[in-house]
Write a protein that binds this ligand. Structure first.
Ligand code: UT7
Length: 331
């Protein structure tokens, strides 16, 4: 492994979780589905949905500000704000710029990062490079989504899966024996068609026709994405460990992208990790895309499931298709 000037790690964490709960029973009244089907096929029981007047920026700011407080630093100390999201407030300007302004990060650069649900792990890897290279001291990485706004609530194939939320992490230098040890980023653009939002970009600008056809909603080939996901998450976990010269026995906790309990189960098995060492909260939040890994990480820390010195791997997959994994020793 190449050497950096210093080790980068997470020094502050927080989340923003909408109050409104939408249960499988609520969905039974909206589309032809059942709590039994959703639970058996996905492990999801309920998810959180934002109020109509709230945006991704609102959730991102709440999570970001609390993460700064958790790290004990002020917004003006930040060098960079990265927002990973698939549901920016607008196509442009970047939601990260809106966040940078609202939280008062007056000395920071800001950009959005688009890597499907894998965005937060991509963002952490980018943030790590700046800190470990000595270019920046403090980077705020946020995963934030209001997926409820781009879901077709009449399409049972997708509307039962997703939820809203945000999670944020402050990345800073940590002592050499802690922090991010390895990360792997992957992409297979040939699968881009399997998970997309067809209209609203330069290929298919928004028009009355695109709206009539519902092309501004999430479009997914679930079964194909499922196959990619189990392979990518299993291999991703093993690659992050082997790049750091570790094996599955060295891992204390796996934080997988929370899309589907069957994907998590199979991926963990493929990586040789028993479910006692896997964080699962998909039952309560559904798939919150870029927010899922930081929300799960934050829960694990708050519940005492991660302590200083533990080796943890975050692994995810998503639209692109992308996948990524990251191994760190918790500080
Ligand atoms: O972050 C990345 C986001 N994407 C994902 O994580 C998606 C990965 N894929 C999956 O999680 C699974 O493929 C799903 C949960 C989406 C679907 O599970 P599946 O076991 O692959 O089901 P399926 O798509 O093969 O559908 C089986 C049946 C179909 O009926 P027929 O054709 O067998 O009669 C569907 O129409 O289940 C039907 N179905 C439903 N039934 C009740 C699909 N959605 C529902 C529903 N309620 N909500």
């Amino acid at each position: 492994m190449r050497d950096y000037i210093c080790r980068a790690g997470i020094t502050g964490l927080s989340t923003s979780i909408p109050e409104k709960v939408l249960t499988n029973y609520d969905l039974e009244k909206m589309v032809e589905t059942s709590d039994d089907w959703i639970n058996a096929r996905t492990g999801i029981k309920e998810r959180r949905i934002v109020e109509n007047d709230k945006t991704t920026c609102d959730l991102a700011c709440e999570a970001g500000q609390n993460a700064l407080e958790n790290a004990g630093i002020g917004p003006e100390e930040l060098d960079l704000v990265i927002v990973a999201t698939n549901t920016p407030d607008m196509i442009f300007p970047a939601t990260a710029c809106l966040v940078q302004d609202r939280i008062g990060a007056v000395n920071a650069g800001a950009f959005d990062l688009l890597a499907g649900c894998t965005g937060f792990i991509y963002g952490l890897t980018v943030g790590q490079q700046y800190v470990a290279a000595g270019a920046y001291d403090k980077v705020l990485v946020i995963g934030a989504e209001t997926l409820s706004k781009i879901i077709n609530w009449k399409d049972r194939n997708t509307c039962v899966l997703f939820g809203d939320g945000a999670g944020a992490a402050v990345v800073q230098q940590v002592p050499r024996e802690y922090g991010i040890i390895s990360s792997v980023l992957g992409s297979d653009g040939s699968g881009g068609k399997l998970l997309k939002l067809p209209a609203g970009g330069s290929k298919l600008p928004a028009s009355e026709e695109t709206v009539r056809q519902g092309l501004h909603y999430v479009d997914m080939s679930g079964r194909e994405v499922f196959k990619f996901a189990v392979r990518a998450m299993g291999e991703g976990t093993r690659k992050a460990l082997s790049k750091a010269g570790m094996g599955s026995e060295d891992l204390d906790l796996l934080i997988p992208h929370q899309a589907n309990i069957r994907i998590i189960d199979t991926a963990a098995k493929k990586a040789g990790i028993d479910m006692d060492r896997v964080l699962v909260n998909v039952d309560r939040f559904g798939n919150t895309s870029t927010a899922s890994v930081p929300i799960a990480l934050c829960e694990a820390v708050e519940q005492g499931k991660i302590k200083r010195g533990d080796n943890i791997v975050m692994v995810g997959f998503g639209a692109g298709l992308t996948w990524a994994s990251l191994l760190m020793t918790w500080y």
